[in-house]
Design a protein around this ligand. Structure first.
Ligand code: 5GP
Length: 179
């Protein structure tokens, strides 16, 4: 275990096993569709999860990436997001699967979903490695969840603290003195 962590919440083997299950489930759900879905991963946190997950998706999917950040202005309820990197291709009429590292308040996901709807996506589903349902502030549907976790700030497997720890192969909790 990394010296800065106080505990591992989800070990590497459990993450890989869960990615296998999710990949098979997505394959099953989309196998009769004429066009396979486009996976849209939100940078940077979802990259390790995306890479593990798509190994087990047995469909001719395409990948694209978006990078968004919370917009500082506005009040909590009107808070919007800024697009730092937009999609490379049109998604008009396409089925999309948004790939997230974690759904916390749900605000990022809600805003991204609206953007993709405005771009003309025909169907949007969401897969997230982690879900913290007790923190939810807006209603969003997460179709495929890797693991529900309690209200703790986690790092690893893509998730960072000040841009560090994204490369850890497990999800854990930092020691208190590091915050
Ligand atoms: P939301 O908009 O759902 O509140 O937040 C989603 C984003 O907040 C995630 O994509 C992630 O970047 C960040 N986030 C939320 N909870 C955690 C956490 O426990 N650890 C880390 N490293 N990031 C988090």
């Amino acid at each position: 275990m990394h010296k800065d962590l106080k505990k591992i919440l989800i070990d590497e083997k459990s993450i890989i096993n869960r990615c296998l299950e999710l990949g098979q489930q997505i394959t099953d759900d989309y196998k009769h569709d004429v066009e396979p879905p486009i996976f849209i991963a939100l940078l940077k946190g979802s990259v390790p999860f995306l890479a593990e997950l798509v190994k087990y998706v047995n469909l001719d999917i395409e990948l694209d990436f978006m990078d968004v950040s919370s917009y500082a202005g506005g009040t909590e309820s009107t808070r919007d997001i800024r697009i730092l990197k937009d999609l490379d291709r049109s998604i008009k009429g396409k089925n999309i699967i948004i790939v997230e590292d974690i759904v916390d308040t749900g605000r990022t996901l809600l805003a991204v979903t609206k953007i993709l709807e405005n771009k003309g996506a025909s169907g949007i589903k969401v897969v997230s490695l982690l879900d913290k349902p007790v923190r939810r502030e807006v209603t969003v549907e997460v179709d495929y969840v890797g693991f529900e976790i309690p209200n703790e700030f986690v790092v690893g497997f893509g998730l960072d603290y000040a841009e560090k720890y994204r490369n850890l192969p497990y999800v854990g909790v930092l020691k208190d003195e590091l915050y």
